[in-house]
Write a protein that binds this ligand. Sequence first.
Ligand SMILES: C[S@@+](CC[C@H](N)C(=O)[O-])C[C@H]1O[C@@H](n2cnc3c(N)ncnc32)[C@H](O)[C@@H]1O
Length: 393
Amino acid sequence: MSTRVKEAGPEGLASALIASGALQSDWLPTYRAVPRAMFVPDRVWPGIPEGTQQGALIDRRVDPRAWLAAVYSDRPLTTQWDNGEHQGDEVGTTPTSSNSLPTMVFAMLGDLDVEDGHRVLEIGTGTGWNAALLATRVGATNVVSVEYDPDVAAEARENLSEFGIKPFLHVGDGRQGVAAHAPYDRIIATCSVGEVPPAWIAQAVTGGVIVAPWGPLYGGEAVVRLIVGEDGSARGRFTRSSAFMRLRQQRAEFPAHETYMGGQAWPADGVRSATTIPPTDVGEWVAQFAIGLQVHDAFWTIERYDGGAYTLWTYGLDGKSWASVDWEPGEAEFLVYQHGPRRLWDETEAAYRWWNGRSRPGFERFGLTVGPRSTVAWLDDESCPVPGAEWLR
Ligand SMILES: C[S@@+](CC[C@H](N)C(=O)[O-])C[C@H]1O[C@@H](n2cnc3c(N)ncnc32)[C@H](O)[C@@H]1O
């Protein structure tokens, strides 16, 4: 028996991606032609499998084997923290650029449904891997990629030039698209949005496809596949769960806990009630999504205590409304306090009951219609809008 340790490599990852269905046969030659390793910097923080957190730094110069194993694993690789303001070896607060999860890269390219000669716009160049895949598939002159961060863009440009392909790179705010090179047959965003920018629809051909991770502020996110109509609107279903970095200009600023308490100790003058819904039930990713479609301008955090008990805090962006729900092991009813102009737990519970009462639909049953004046989310088809899921422009 050989004692050689098998090196991680592109074919092992290809097999895993094919087995999961993410990498279809039409993308396999392109996958093989564009080595992920050429688009991954020396220092990365790999995502932890089954989680949304990042592991410890892997530095190619210190541990080349671990680096290669990370590159050819189905994991996202964080390459920048806190818009580049955080340096050093430790993880920062917010991951702000990465080489995305390979499963997601190829599943989204599958959703995009490109054909030879299609003109494609990508928002979020990052390391340039996806731009290189697209350029290899449809031709470099047909691909335009936009990156907001100039340092990230400069590195992508270097990676692409070393690889030997030159899609058009634009440094700027991807919300504006790139009008000078429009129209596009396909538009793909590799950062998530809470609002589909009107420029993307305006710069797509009629019948064009927009693939973008979309999620409400409250939580939950999925890839939406929109088809642009003649009337200047775009509509389509969600295809799969996702967890991308937010487009920089759409990241929310959350007021601090103290803002809400007005100098008083909990429960301040909150109104007391009780619920039989364990707060854990509202935490599932798709449940968060269904709630977030209905409960706007709200976010939550968990405060944990010894022994497993915890409080679910929900806050409104108004800086005034808050709700706390205390979960205790073994209890069937949980203490609720609500304060401010909104009754945030009542809103959350009603939204959860709506979703639960429809047999807990998955992401794929939801869809979005983005019109010139508003965006509406629906369940199964446009005739069934989700209650309250309308955002005016
Ligand atoms: C997940 S990474 C993209 C991964 C990339 N497609 C790849 O193949 O490596 C998301 C990128 O979106 C960029 N981004 C965020 N907001 C942006 C904006 N408004 N316009 C363009 N790019 C943006 C981030 O700087 C980041 O590099």
